[in-house]
Write a protein that binds this ligand. Structure first.
Ligand code: BMA
Length: 315
């Protein structure tokens, strides 16, 4: 009988979860989740927190840490643009940040939601103290974008993304596109199809974390949606992509490496959700996966890079 003989866990919930809660803010908040953390060149940790106010309008709120586990929220959220284009695209919600360090600065991508559609906005920053709006980088309807931390062998920027397909219930497959300048994108290739996923991703997939280069390929972490009668469960998968042609999937997990199980993942504003937005790989190859739980609190799971790669190859 051919089935996955899963012999170990590869990610472990940090015992101090959740690491950021609504009650941690200096004023009342409803939720903080799907936040991205990055380790800076001088070994500080910065988190960009997706924060819901009481009416669910969002803010992006910075937090700082010395160890990536204990976080101090800043006094004020990030300033956002006040232009007609921004106010049309992000009327009430901007969310699920992803941070890439490339060309000596941070590029931050934020999905923006208007009543009709989703676009992705790009910001730049030298130090993540402030964000400078650059532009929107797609026509609707697309999200979950992550920029690779280095260019392709032929010198182009690369990103993973998830176009929202009406024909797939608003979700869809993971794609890869190229760009000469981070603004104009094309030469797109499909990477992973929802139909390739066994059960746990059949309701849609999306790239979650910035790809990490390993000897075995680009490691990507993605979220996967499974629909049943009562819930839309969000869990976490991983894959290894070809280093030269990263739309070619070398290995991918047929089973989630993290799925809603803890109380704080099962119960909240949206039940049964683990939604990662960033992965930090430490010099000793331990990993920290930052994920939102039940659209309510921010959590971390830890593990070893070699175990995640093992899961890609064997699960
Ligand atoms: C997705 C996004 C995420 C959210 C998830 C589960 O479509 O909106 O931000 O965590 O749904 O509600």
């Amino acid at each position: 009988m051919d089935y996955a003989k899963i012999d170990r866990d590869v990610l472990f919930r940090y015992e101090g979860n959740p690491v950021v809660c609504p009650a941690d803010f200096p004023c009342k908040m409803r939720a903080v989740y799907n936040s991205s953390a990055i380790k800076t060149e001088d070994s500080r940790y910065v988190m960009l927190c997706r924060t819901n106010q009481l009416n669910h309008m969002t803010l992006l709120w910075g937090a700082d840490s010395d160890d990536g586990l204990n976080w101090t929220l800043r006094d004020e959220p990030f300033e956002m643009p006040d232009t007609p284009a921004w106010n049309e695209a992000a009327a009430s919600v901007y969310y699920d940040p992803r941070i890439t360090f490339i060309d000596g600065e941070y590029k931050v991508l934020l999905a923006t939601q208007s009543p009709h559609e989703c676009r992705v906005a790009m910001f730049r920053s030298a130090d993540l103290a402030e964000l400078e709006f650059v532009n929107f980088i797609n026509a609707p309807d697309n999200r979950n974008m992550v920029i690779f931390p280095e260019k392709s062998p032929d010198g182009r920027y690369m990103r993973l993304e998830r176009p929202n397909l009406g024909s797939a219930g608003g979700k869809g497959d993971i794609w890869l596109s190229y760009s000469p300048d981070l603004i104009h994108w094309g030469d797109s290739h499909r990477v992973l199809r929802t139909s390739q996923q066994w059960n746990f991703g059949i309701g849609g997939l999306g790239p979650s974390t910035v790809p990490f280069k390993t000897d075995q390929g680009w490691l990507i972490i993605y979220h996967a949606v499974m629909q049943n009668c009562t819930t839309r469960e969000y869990s976490v998968g991983a894959a290894l992509l070809d280093l030269d042609e990263p739309w070619k999937v070398l290995h991918y997990t047929r089973h989630p490496i993290l799925y809603p199980e803890a109380d704080y993942e099962m119960t909240g504003l949206v039940e049964h959700v683990c939604f990662p937005c960033s992965l930090i790989v430490e010099p000793d190859h331990s990993v920290k996966l930052y994920y939102g739980a039940a659209d309510t609190v921010q959590c971390v799971a830890t593990g070893k890079l070699e175990d995640v790669i093992h899961a890609c190859m064997n699960w």
